[in-house]
Design a protein around this ligand. Structure first.
Ligand SMILES: Nc1ncnc2c1ncn2[C@@H]1O[C@H](COP(=O)(O)OP(=O)(O)OP(=O)(O)O)[C@@H](O)[C@H]1O
Length: 597
């Protein structure tokens, strides 16, 4: 319950609606209790006058007594109907206030979690998988809503009804009340235990359902591999086994539920039997009227559903508390990357790394060791090195996805931490190694980083990224949808769309993380020439495996095991005859081999 107190601020926000909801609960229950009284009166009326009616048998007034009798009964019937309608109206208002409040809070909470997610650093996303993030904002919030809406509504309803009904019953006859309610505690215990079993089994089913969907999703995503390795039969068998398990668990739940309802009905029946028996004795003793017995039976039936819902409500609250605990865990996570200013600066593009050391917090890998380099605005610098040497780590640190462990990064001579993240990243164009395009049109993908973009800008960016002609060749041109519901771009096309997305921002600093690997050398050259024009007076950083991508750079840094082992321009590095020279020779040889073939 402690975790759920987080939601109190929302209750406070919607307090007037909630109070109104409680008023509606009281009124609707009041109209629910009155029919029992009307039924009692009707019963007593019949009981008291039936002998009178029989006495007039054979007389002419016999028929008129029957007519009066019938009319009175009709009025009673209509009154019960009217009460039911009034109760229905207030039930409608009750749901319209309390359930609507739960939906409003659900909306607020989802937005709060999503906004918080947006503020969290990249390492948070590394630590937690996407499924978990999704679950907390969807499934967990839905479970919390069940507490905010139904659980609270039924609890208030049950409390009000119990108070009204039991006090009315006790005011009529205490002894009969005690006997009529005798099976209720047993019912409460049975409901509680059976409900715990139902919950346990439901969770088990849910777990298996989630296994089943993960399995199915994976087979669909990996369909190409699956077919290529002819594993259809094996996957079919695995699917059947998973489904079989799901069926078994569902059947087991159905058995418990099948036992649950008859048991509850048996206990209700027992209560009715007590009422009729003890009530009969009380009528004989002249303590109550026969109508009271009918009235009590109506009350018992009215208490049955709220009683049954009590177990359900308890489990709703328990589940909601567990879900809110998971939500709070994320809401209490603070963004690791913080800025110590709110000031906005114009960034020119000077970059300097001073003795930077960096270890990835989650793996403990010491990715950068004493790295120092600098680039002036307008320069084109490049990093080259073996895979895993730390090149992408440099790019991540420039975009401040992580903070350094020691040393410092300076932008325009000021520590990177003295810029707000928006200020810093707005001045940057970042093309990551793993291209990610949204399931949207090509034009929206290119325009992603800007709020206002016109068509000409998009076309120009595509031209500069040497992908314009490819896009125009698609039937819908720039309006072609890509991703799951659209066409699939080739690896090189994706890379170039991703480059266009960075170019369109015309940023002061541009970081290309190995994003020319899937384009041929001719296209690569075209892009680099265009880039040279766009990036005049701005800083370009290119990370690559290929010497061809970086040979025109003003400064090239060769990285190995997190350290800069060589630096200089292409000619200087060739003259050094070190690691860079070896790499160059090797790649030249490979190119020649390709040409010979
Ligand atoms: N997000 C991360 N969390 C933990 N460790 C990481 C992370 N990213 C990279 N590493 C590790 O840090 C080291 C440097 O990786 P980095 O990605 O910087 O290399 P790289 O030179 O860009 O390699 P490649 O050319 O293959 O992209 C590697 O050992 C890698 O396993």
């Amino acid at each position: 319950m402690g975790e759920l107190s987080y939601l109190n601020k929302y209750f406070l926000k919607y307090r007037y609606r909630l109070i109104l909801g409680i008023v509606f609960v009281v009124i609707s229950n009041y109209f629910g209790v009155i029919p029992a009284k009307i039924i009692r009166r009707a019963f007593d009326l019949v009981n008291e006058n039936i002998t009178l009616y029989k006495l007039f048998s054979g007389f002419s007034s016999h028929d008129s007594i029957y007519a009066i009798f019938g009319k009175t009964m009709l009025i009673f019937g209509l009154s019960v109907l009217l009460m039911a309608i009034l109760r229905g109206i207030f039930l409608f208002f009750m749901r319209q206030t309390i359930i609507v409040v739960s939906r409003l809070i659900e909306y607020d909470l989802k937005n709060e979690i999503y906004n918080h997610y947006q503020e969290l650093s990249l390492s948070f996303y590394r630590r937690n998988n996407t499924g978990d993030l999704m679950n907390r904002i969807t499934e967990d919030v839905s479970r919390v809503r069940m507490y905010l809406g139904p659980a609270i509504m039924y609890t208030i309803n049950t409390l009000v009804l119990f108070l009204l009904v039991i006090s009315t019953m006790a005011s009529i006859n205490l002894k009969l009340t005690l006997f009529a309610l005798l099976p209720l505690p047993v019912m409460a215990v049975v409901i509680y235990y059976v409900n715990s079993i139902i919950n346990y089994k439901s969770e088990h089913i849910q777990e298996q359902l989630s296994n089943l969907s993960t399995f199915t999703q994976e087979t669909f995503s990996g369909m190409r591999v699956l077919k290529a390795y002819v594993r259809e039969e094996k996957v079919r068998e695995d699917f059947e086994a998973q489904s079989e398990e799901y069926k078994k668990r569902s059947m087991s739940l159905a058995r418990v539920q099948a036992f649950f309802y008859p048991t509850v009905l048996l206990l209700v029946g027992l209560s009715v039997v007590f009422t009729v028996y003890i009530g009969g004795i009380e009528v004989k003793n002249g303590n109550i009227t026969p109508g009271n017995i009918a009235e009590f039976i109506v009350y018992i039936n009215q208490l049955t559903f709220p009683m049954m819902s009590l177990g359900w409500v308890t489990s709703l609250i328990q589940r909601a508390a567990a879900s809110q605990k998971r939500i709070n865990e994320f809401l209490n996570t603070q963004p690791e990357i913080q800025s110590n200013t709110n000031e906005q600066f114009k960034i020119n593009g000077d970059i300097e790394f001073r003795n930077v050391n960096f270890t990835y917090p989650d793996t403990g890998i010491h990715a950068l060791k004493n790295v120092s380099f600098s680039a002036k605005a307008g320069e084109f610098i490049a990093f080259i090195g073996r895979t895993g040497s730390g090149k992408s780590t440099i790019a991540n640190l420039i975009a401040r996805m992580y903070d350094v462990n020691s040393g410092e990064i300076l932008i325009d001579g000021k520590n990177i931490k003295s810029y707000t993240l928006n200020n810093l990243r707005d001045s940057m164009g970042f093309v990551p190694q793993e291209v990610f395009l949204f399931s949207d049109t090509i034009s929206n993908n290119i325009a992603f980083g800007l709020n206002k973009v016109d068509k000409d800008m998009i076309h120009e960016a595509a031209r500069r990224a040497a992908v314009y002609n490819n896009i125009q060749a698609f039937p819908n041109g720039f309006e072609t949808t890509i991703g799951e519901r659209g066409i699939t771009l080739s690896g090189g096309q994706k890379q170039r769309v991703s480059i266009a997305r960075a170019i369109i921002k015309e940023p002061q600093i541009m970081v290309f993380d190995d994003c020319l690997s899937a384009v041929d050398t001719k296209t690569e050259e075209e892009i680099l020439i265009n880039l040279g024009k766009v990036m005049q007076n701005k800083t370009s950083i290119i990370i690559s495996h290929r010497v061809s991508s970086i040979k025109n750079a003003d400064k090239i840094f060769v990285i190995d095991e997190g350290m800069i082992i060589e630096s200089g321009n292409h000619d200087a590095l060739i003259a050094q005859k070190g690691e860079y020279f070896e790499l160059f020779e090797k790649q030249l040889l490979e190119e020649e081999e390709i040409l010979d073939n």
